[in-house]
Write a protein that binds this ligand. Structure first.
Ligand SMILES: Nc1ncnc2c1ncn2[C@@H]1O[C@H](COP(=O)(O)OP(=O)(O)OP(=O)(O)O)[C@@H](O)[C@H]1O
Length: 574
């Protein structure tokens, strides 16, 4: 019931007790058989049993209502008797404070000027001359007593006041009022809390608004569908372009927006290295990629693109293939195949860690694969490349554990201060950098620098532990190879059960030790490394001299040699 007595609106007119909009009519909410109808033009019409009146205004504070004639009808006074009945029946009073009026009604239908409303009403006590009209042709119809004001009636205006029901008490308490159930008089009202207010919105408005909303939704859906198909089309175009480039063995050039789409907004980060961050991406359901966003490249614009074209031509089973790149303003990025196994780094475990150790056969295959990849970079392709950063992090493993060398060419492309890198990424890089890269006293930087890094990597694989032991910071890059040397000499026994495995372990260790000779000239070239790894004649593998056997003697020898060399070599600041 409370909701039915809510205040509703018709245009700017609030309709509430003792009136009620015709919809949701409830007997306790308004005068009996009296209701207001809201037209499609938002006009409130008071519906009486035999006529309707247009509501001009309702003041709930002063209990007044102003009514006028239905615009469809011309004359108010023709319906005087119904109006008078209505006023008296619902105990309305005229806002006109005066004695009850003796009204005279005159019929003036014969005069031209009375055409629209041929009835004149006057208070019989006062003159009709104030109308300033010719009333000589009028005939008297009847006299009556009414509380209504003749002047207002004549101008089609009905201003009424109701004293009952009186809701002012309820309203001062912040409540609403309505009839009591089974009320017998117009004083039988009760106050109640009205919780919710609803705005009356004409049906036409609801329909038009709903229509607009539906239309809007329809347009959005259509746009979404078009966008979806356009996106799919663009994806397909990009994929086709990629496949075309792939077959033509050249890297695809992507825009930064492409990369954003491929990586789903750079959502999944695979890792971060010295050159930048790597994100997981998807070119199609079958082609998963890793997108490396470079921090800073030294080569700009065209130079970078030329460099990419060269790197894109490098194809070898043991080298990560560059699928694409992005060179857009400050954004430089590289796109590679994704290798879900990640880098070799996470597979290096000691042989006695049975659950994680890969096995000697597999380690040998990986070592050989890496060597073949280095051989291809050094000698096999049109543009020989020194990697400068061979380490387990830069060897990725595909699902068959085939090793793939990554990050080739970046040493040239990216600004990389070795001493700076050694400080920040000591974990991965420091132990692998050849001595001559630090100081020319050991010789010239050449392909042999990669051999040194490869040797360190091999030894790490054999030992199953990091070659840089930061806990013994003083001699970290000396102690570990020494330990390996002793292992091969037979002084320290590594836990290898199978005789075949012992052979592999020894072979890997011997090759590793040859590769890490201080002076580049003493290191084998990569071809020899491969031969040594592939040989089955164990006794053909000679042990290299142990440069760490006596740290003092080595240092003395090194210094002597260094002293000799400094006399010939230009001193380069580290
Ligand atoms: N193609 C790839 N597929 C799968 N994972 C990758 C790929 N490329 C890189 N990653 C992962 O992202 C991480 C960061 O690679 P990134 O090459 O940038 O650095 P890094 O090799 O670890 O270090 P640095 O660049 O200093 O040599 C790697 O450890 C690797 O796990």
């Amino acid at each position: 019931v409370e909701n039915e007595c809510e205040e509703l609106w018709c245009g700017s007119q609030a309709i509430r007790f003792p009136f009620q909009l015709v919809k949701g009519m409830h007997e306790t909410c308004s005068y009996p058989r009296l209701c207001v109808h809201c037209t499609e033009h938002n006009d409130a019409m008071l519906l009486l049993p035999t006529m309707k009146l247009l509501v001009r205004d309702i003041s709930y504070r002063s209990n007044q209502i102003a009514l006028t004639h239905d615009p469809d009808e011309d004359c108010f006074l023709k319906k005087f008797s119904q109006i008078n009945d209505f006023v008296q029946r619902y105990q309305f009073e005229s806002t006109y404070y005066g004695p009850r009026n003796n009204l005279s009604f005159l019929n003036c239908s014969s005069g031209d000027m009375w055409k629209s409303c041929p009835i004149l009403v006057s208070n019989s006590g006062s003159s009709v001359l104030y109308w300033n009209m010719d009333i000589t042709s009028c005939t008297k119809m009847f006299d009556t007593i009414s509380p209504l004001d003749p002047y207002s009636l004549q101008v089609n205006l009905l201003e009424l006041r109701w004293s009952k029901p009186d809701c002012t008490k309820c309203e001062t308490e912040g409540k609403r009022c309505r009839w009591k159930i089974n009320a017998t008089t117009q004083s039988d009202i009760q106050c109640f809390h009205c919780k919710s207010k609803r705005i009356h919105v004409p049906k036409s408005f609801i329909f038009s608004t709903a229509g607009w909303i539906l239309l809007g939704l329809g347009v959005i859906i259509v746009f979404k569908i078009i966008y979806h198909f356009k996106e799919k089309e663009e994806d397909q175009v990009r994929l086709d372009k990629f496949l075309e480039d792939y077959r033509a063995e050249k890297p695809t050039r992507f825009t930064y927006a492409d990369l954003k789409r491929i990586t789903n907004g750079f959502k999944e980060k695979l890792g971060e290295g010295a050159h930048g961050s790597v994100f997981r991406g998807k070119l199609s359901n079958e082609i998963l990629v890793a997108v490396k966003i470079l921090n800073k490249t030294e080569s700009e614009g065209n130079e970078f693109i030329n460099e990419m074209e060269i790197m894109g031509k490098i194809h070898h089973i043991n080298v990560v293939r560059l699928l694409g790149f992005c060179a857009e303003g400050l954004y430089h990025a590289l796109v590679y195949h994704l290798f879900p196994n990640g880098s070799l780094q996470i597979f290096i475990f000691p042989p006695d860690d049975k659950d994680n150790f890969l096995g000697w056969e597999k380690l040998q295959c990986i070592a050989l694969g890496i060597a073949k990849g280095i051989e291809y970079l050094h000698q096999g392709c049109n543009h020989p490349i020194i990697h400068f950063d061979i380490n387990p992090c830069n060897v990725l493993l595909d699902c068959n554990f085939t090793p793939k060398i990554s990050d080739f060419g970046l040493a040239k492309l990216c600004s990389k201060n070795p001493s700076l890198v050694s400080m920040t990424t000591a974990r991965g890089t420091l132990g692998y950098i050849a001595p001559e890269v630090f100081s020319r006293n050991f010789g010239n930087v050449s392909y042999k620098s990669d051999i040194y890094s490869y040797g360190m990597l091999l030894l790490e694989m054999v030992g199953g532990r990091k070659n840089v032991d930061l806990s013994s910071a003083q001699n970290f890059n000396v102690l570990y190879p020494d330990w390996i040397h002793n292992l091969v000499d037979g002084d320290v026994h590594i836990h290898v059960e199978d005789a075949g495995d012992v052979k592999i372990a020894k072979r890997l260790a011997i090759v590793g030790l040859w590769c890490i000779q201080w002076h580049p000239v003493n290191r084998p070239c990569i071809k020899s490394v491969i031969q040594m790894l592939e040989t089955r004649e164990e006794n053909q593998l000679n042990m290299p001299p142990n440069p760490f056997h006596s740290v003092t003697s080595v240092t003395t020898r090194g210094l002597t040699l260094a002293r000799l060399q400094t006399m010939e070599l230009e001193v380069i600041e580290e």
